[in-house]
Design a protein. Sequence first.
Length: 184
Amino acid sequence: LSWQSQHMQSEHGLESYDPESFFQLHVSSESATKKSGAWSAKDILNIYGLTRDKVVGSGDGMGRHEDHDHDHGKGDDHETIDEATKKRVVDEVLALCDFDGDKTVTLDEFLRFSRGESPSAKGVGMKELPDMGVGIGHHGDYEYEYELHHWIEFHKDNDPDVKIVHQEDIEHDQLYHAHEGENE
């Protein structure tokens, strides 16, 4: 399964989709008013879950939190998202899809890419956005992602008071207390 298909299943609950649907789901209203619905750098970062400065836990509202100053960088999944990583991802997507070089990706350009065309030799034949090594592309913060990926599935209808506690609930609770107040 490609990164793009995994992203659509995990983040949007879609088993099947077409390139236009993928594109439209990822155009922000801010971008839509600026240039007739083209992806900006911010939209590209959002696709890959890189609009934040750091990922807490594994990005899905679960995982562990450790103090990286004391564990010599071997902590779990708590990572700072540096500007170089963000720039690399944006530049790579633009190289694959931005045919006119205006630093945005229009629907037409993305549809051309999804047919296997690309302005760069590296992108010819690709058809889907690649795995950039930055995760599945969680769009929200860890609270939102926990709700999306665990609470709705296991607690919303049958256990709203979380009487049945899963390992994911414990991990999320620990993350919450370790990062309390950061998102306020």
